[in-house]
Design a binder for this molecule. Structure first.
Ligand code: MN
Length: 262
């Protein structure tokens, strides 16, 4: 039987990979060429020259009681729910800068949600709550920026939230801080101020589902991997922003993160 073209290409790729591993020599004819490969999304890691490559961005919904109520839910411990943002939604914000953040298209009600973000160094399926924090590489302060009008309209029609949550630049965040440097965040103040006036203010201990519980829950639905990051939910008093507003996000134990809506 004659080999198909696919078999020939795969064989060549494997031989090429083997040769490269063994000798380090590049093979000009090895393997299929990757067309239009997207750039890897990375987040700087404080205290190192390394960057963290992002695989997936998971976000939990309605994870503080008062925010759950303001979104129309009963904040008793109903099972958590999750959505994702694309990894290229990340906007890296440097420590000490006020990063320009574009007001997005299509919305007339663009909301801030300040959140603790956890980044994973390892993953798995069915992770136990007791071991879950062992998988965390580090933390940062993030914003889950939301086209609230579109999110709510889609929700009302029982359609996906995608257009309200998962758009370009919807995930501004500071650089990552390694667990070995900053520890874990199970309590501590979290806040957001607009133009110097505090708007969101809470304590991380008020989360309905802890970061450890979120990792365990997510790992029942998805196999988690290094590079996955988790937005752990926002406190109440989410509100609209307008062009010119400066948002200042704080979590006790991490540097501030700030953007200006432009
Ligand atoms: Mn959120």
């Amino acid at each position: 039987m004659q080999l198909g073209r696919r078999d020939l290409i795969t064989g060549a790729a494997m031989a090429g990979a083997g040769a490269t591993l063994a000798s380090g020599a590049a093979s000009a004819q090895a393997g299929p060429k990757t067309l239009f490969a997207p750039a890897v999304t990375t987040i700087p890691v404080v205290g190192t020259t390394d960057v963290f490559a992002v695989r997936r961005i998971y976000c939990i919904g309605r994870n503080y009681p008062a925010h759950s109520r303001e979104m129309g839910s009963d904040p008793t411990r109903e099972p958590p729910f999750y959505f994702q943002k694309p990894r290229d939604a990340v906007q890296n914000v440097k420590i000490g800068e006020v990063a320009d953040h574009p007001y997005p298209s299509l919305t007339k009600n663009y909301h801030h949600e300040v959140e603790l973000v956890a980044a994973l160094k390892s993953g798995g399926k069915n992770i136990l709550v007791g071991n879950a924090l062992d998988h965390v590489f580090g933390y940062t302060v993030g914003l889950d920026m939301t086209r609230r009008d579109l999110q709510q309209a889609m929700g009302n029609e029982k359609k996906p939230w995608e257009i309200g949550k998962s758009f370009d630049m919807s995930a501004p965040m500071g650089p990552l801080h390694r667990v070995e440097d900053v520890g874990h965040f199970t309590k501590g103040a979290i806040s957001l101020a607009i133009n110097g006036k505090v708007q969101q203010e809470a304590d991380l201990s008020w989360m309905i589902w802890s970061v450890a519980e979120q990792i365990a829950q997510l790992s029942e639905a998805f196999e988690l991997f290094p590079g996955d990051i988790i937005y752990s939910g926002t406190p109440d008093k989410v509100s609209p922003v307008k062009k010119g507003d400066v948002l200042l996000c704080k979590i006790e134990g991490l540097p501030d993160m700030s953007i200006r809506i432009v």
